[in-house]
Design a protein around this ligand. Structure first.
Ligand code: NAP
Ligand code: FE
Length: 363
């Protein structure tokens, strides 16, 4: 028995506004636009959205205070603006941070949630329409049911998942990613790669999406270095955005695994990007899982026409390193946190604390 569920309407390509912009009229009369400080403007996405809203006489308010690894405080601020301004739908523009924040603002405003209630999806009964417009090729958040929010006062980064979080509409225009720096291009693509691999690692893996996973990994393997070296390569940008969406579709079915759980404390403690946190443990994670899911991983390498060692050599070329110092204090505090995180339910076998310790100490 297999399950596949993806209720988001997806429009992919640089011309989608002309043909599908009018779908925004189905969402509401006043939008709260949720973005970060710069990327929505820099990428051209905000201008395009305002243009569309104007065309269909839809009102809007801009909330552009979402920072990387969005926090509860700004989500609650967005919730209050949504209510006070009488908005009835939300448009998230940006990387995973603004899109995740937009999702959280939606469920908080629609269900009158406060504080840490955001992590409790049983409290979510309804949600306003949500539109997602990615400007990075990484999280795939535009097609997932999850959102990752940090509670900085508790020094905690954690996700929650609810089917209400699936955006109603997702507009994916690869041209919005042309302004990404080589570093963000690399880190976000490595996040997408993690999602695709985790579709194989997770015990919720399903053959329905295996071809999608193989194709997504191939697109990243073939195009990431090109996009890093030639940021204006339109074809490479398009392929990475496609791969990122495949990664989102993947984790929407399978969830993430220890690969993500182990990265969250690295971001919370050392402020390294989410994608890099995944990347610096990627090889060790694959080695940990390999004996148990050899069949799935070998099928992937066969599809790519490579051996595992070729994949590791390619990872090496990406130069995924971070200057961090893992202390006993870090291990004592963070390993129990990793063990308790919700993604751990998806691992293909029971993970022992000692395995996590070894991976951290290998950094
Ligand atoms: P991000 O945190 O949204 O953005 C990273 C940086 O890139 C920011 O400085 C941002 O600028 C900039 N940026 C974004 N688009 C740009 C563009 N087109 N041109 C130039 N700069 C641009 O990065 P992300 O990796 O996409 O998102 C990471 C977050 O998503 C993490 O919190 C992670 O945990 C979460 N995540 C969610 C899911 C999910 O399924 N929901 C899955 C994986 C990860 P601005 O500050 O100006 O926006
Ligand atoms: Fe991720």
């Amino acid at each position: 028995m297999y399950r596949y569920f993806m209720p988001t309407k997806v429009f992919f390509g640089n011309e989608v506004w002309e043909k599908y912009g009018d779908m925004l009229c189905e969402c509401g009369k006043k939008a709260l636009i949720v973005t970060g400080k710069n990327s929505a403007r820099l990428s051209g996405a905000l201008d395009d959205v305002l243009n569309e809203l104007n065309k269909y006489k839809i009102d809007s308010v801009i909330f552009d205070e979402i920072i990387e690894n969005p926090d509860l405080t700004s989500v609650e601020k967005g919730r209050d603006i949504f209510r006070n301004e009488g908005c009835d739908f939300i448009i998230g523009i940006g990387g995973g941070s603004p899109i995740d924040a937009a999702k959280a603002i939606g469920v908080m405003a629609s269900n009158n949630l406060v504080g840490n209630e955001i992590y409790d999806s049983s409290k979510m009964k309804t949600v306003c329409p949500l539109v997602a417009i990615p400007t990075t090729s990484g999280t795939g958040s535009e097609v997932t049911s999850s959102s990752v929010i940090s509670n900085r006062s508790e020094n905690r980064k954690a996700g929650y998942s609810s089917e209400l979080n699936f955006p109603k509409l997702a507009y994916l225009l690869p041209k919005y990613t042309m302004s990404l720096s080589p570093k963000v291009t690399r880190d976000t693509a490595v996040d997408a790669l993690s999602h695709l691999l985790e579709g194989l690692y997770s015990h919720r893996r399903t053959p329905i999406i295996e071809p999608l996973i193989h194709e997504g990994v191939r697109l990243i393997y073939d195009n990431l270095i090109t996009a890093i070296e030639n940021p204006n390569d339109e074809q490479a940008r398009e392929k990475l955005m496609l791969a990122s969406m495949y990664g989102g579709i993947t984790i929407a079915q399978t969830g993430t695994t220890l690969q993500h759980s182990i990265g969250y404390p690295l971001t919370a403690e050392f402020e390294i990007s989410h994608g890099l946190a995944n990347g610096i443990v990627m090889k060790d994670l694959m080695e940990l899982y390999y004996p148990v899911i050899k069949g799935e991983l070998n099928r992937l390498f066969n599809a790519l026409n490579i051996e595992k060692e070729n994949f590791y050599n390619w990872l090496e070329m990406l130069d995924l390193v971070a200057d961090i110092d893992i202390s006993e204090e870090f291990l004592d505090k963070r390993i129990p946190e990793v063990m308790k995180s919700r993604n751990m339910n998806n691992n293909p076998f029971e993970i022992k604390e000692d395995s996590i310790r070894k991976i951290y100490l290998n950094l």
